[in-house]
Design a protein around this ligand. Structure first.
Ligand SMILES: Nc1nc2c(ncn2[C@@H]2O[C@H](COP(=O)(O)OP(=O)(O)OP(=O)(O)O)[C@@H](O)[C@H]2O)c(=O)[nH]1
Ligand SMILES: [Mg+2]
Length: 261
């Protein structure tokens, strides 16, 4: 992706401040300090467009960035920072929930997980929730420069197992600028599908299905596209796009329906 322009638009604390205009969006979620802002800067090749915090829990608003006047990145508040008061944490959760369930053209949620550690209980909870919402997701394993190359596959496998997820995973380092091309590829494919328009409804779809078409339809389209990806080669550990669809369906029962290709 050639980033011709990247502008910070607004730090929003309430939905009325969210920018309009219907541009497609990608949201970045993850626990506090996982590297959301750093990843945004690395993807956009900007030093400090998104503020990187020395103290975790700093990004307490939703920050909107407009790229190439064509799409947006949305940096969501980090969860799980213990030093933030309980009421503030509740507010963050409501914030994130309001955004993720809003009628916006959200193409995919980037769920960031620190590659070094087993996903936390909150990571698992957040991921299950994303699966329930049937939003297309990409798992981004961050800070891969912090472990040896040889350990990447073992760590990504551990994350996949803990999250029990059908979604692709990309391991990145914002510091070494590794894995960014793989991640851009996921975003570019989403944008291309978006430009092609919503999928055509199945003729037998009933009215209840039609009411849900915008979001569910895109989730299905995204899932279909993901399933069509070629299976990973010998270096798959670096950008693991293996899809455990059958496993996930089993695991999540009927909630897997909406994502099946
Ligand atoms: N080694 C290494 N450090 C990183 C990487 N990405 C982020 N960091 C560091 O991790 C810390 C947190 O990074 P942020 O980008 O501010 O994390 P965040 O998820 O935006 O944090 P909050 O805004 O508090 O939720 C900073 O000290 C970064 O320099 C990476 O890829 N490699
Ligand atoms: Mg941040």
């Amino acid at each position: 992706m050639k980033v011709r322009s990247a502008e910070f638009e607004i730090s929003a604390v309430r939905p009325s401040q969210w920018p309009g205009g219907g541009l497609p969006e990608f949201a970045f979620v993850g626990r506090s300090n996982v590297g959301k802002s750093s990843l945004l800067n690395a993807l956009l090749q900007r030093k400090s467009l998104a503020r990187v915090s020395a103290t975790p829990g700093k990004t307490q608003q939703m920050n909107f960035y407009r790229i190439n006047d064509a799409f947006r990145f949305v940096d969501l508040p980090g969860y799980g920072y213990a030093a933030v008061s309980k009421s503030a944490r509740g507010q963050f959760a409501r914030f994130i929930e309001t955004y993720l369930t809003a009628e916006r053209p959200l193409l995919r949620v980037m769920h960031l997980i620190d590659i070094r550690h087993e996903p936390t209980a909150l990571d698992v909870q957040m991921h299950r929730w994303l699966l329930q919402l049937e939003l297309p997701v990409c798992i981004v394993a961050t800070k891969r420069d912090k472990i040896s190359r040889g350990a990447i596959q073992k760590h990504t496998a551990r994350i996949r197992k803990a999250l029990s997820t059908p979604w692709p995973m990309v391991a990145v380092s914002a510091v070494h600028r590794d894995g960014l091309e793989d991640l851009w590829k996921v975003l570019e494919d989403d944008l291309e599908r978006w430009r092609e328009g919503p999928p055509v409804l199945e003729p037998e779809a009933d009215l209840a299905d039609m009411a849900e078409t915008p979001r569910t339809g895109r989730a299905e389209a995204a899932s279909a596209a993901v399933s069509e990806r070629p299976s990973p080669g010998p270096e798959a550990g670096e950008a693991d796009v293996r899809i455990g669809q059958e496993h996930a369906d089993k695991e999540h029962g009927a909630s897997g329906e909406g994502r099946r290709a």
